[in-house]
Design a protein around this ligand. Structure first.
Ligand SMILES: [Zn+2]
Ligand SMILES: [Zn+2]
Length: 159
């Protein structure tokens, strides 16, 4: 069992002077205030409010404001995290796209190389073809029987 403590420390001191009560007065709300402090408080307020209850209300408001500030800070932090996650996702997508683009450029380079190689091959075939015709003409002029077979890119000269 917890020890009984019906009055908190702040309830044991005057809410106005924050000191030990001098000539204490008990109000209808059962709060205690120094008589001179209460008169001074009522004089400045212009109304007969309990300084303790007013301080409690102020503290409750302060707590509420603090709670709202904390809530807002938490919401802002959550938003920042969400934005951070979004930008990370964007960065990852951009990296992926860059990867795909570089893979595509590699493919294009390979195709270009193959095309260059094919160009060379095609040129070689053309040269062989031209040379064959020259040879055939030579054969003709020399009145010899020459046969020319073309099989794909392979040339065969048969006499
Ligand atoms: Zn006092
Ligand atoms: Zn009170």
């Amino acid at each position: 069992m917890a020890a009984r403590n019906p009055l908190s420390e702040e309830e044991l001191s005057c809410p106005v002077c924050c000191d030990i009560f001098r000539d204490p007065v008990v109000l209808s709300c059962s709060h205690i205030v120094c008589k001179t402090c209460l008169q001074q408080f009522w004089g400045t307020k212009g109304s007969q409010e309990c300084p303790h209850t007013e301080r409690q209300i102020k503290e409750e408001f302060e707590k509420l404001h603090q709670f709202l500030r904390d809530e807002e800070a938490a919401r802002i932090a959550a938003l920042k995290e969400e934005e951070e996650q979004k930008s990370q996702m964007m960065r990852r997508k951009i990296e992926e796209m860059n990867g795909e683009i570089s893979a595509l450029s590699d493919t294009i380079r390979n195709i270009e190389k193959e095309m260059e190689a094919e160009d060379v091959l095609f040129l070689q075939v053309r040269i062989s073809f031209v040379l064959s015709f020259l040879f055939l003409s030579f054969c003709d002029t020399n009145k010899k029987t020459c046969c020319f077979y073309l099989k794909g890119s392979t040339f065969a000269l048969i006499f």
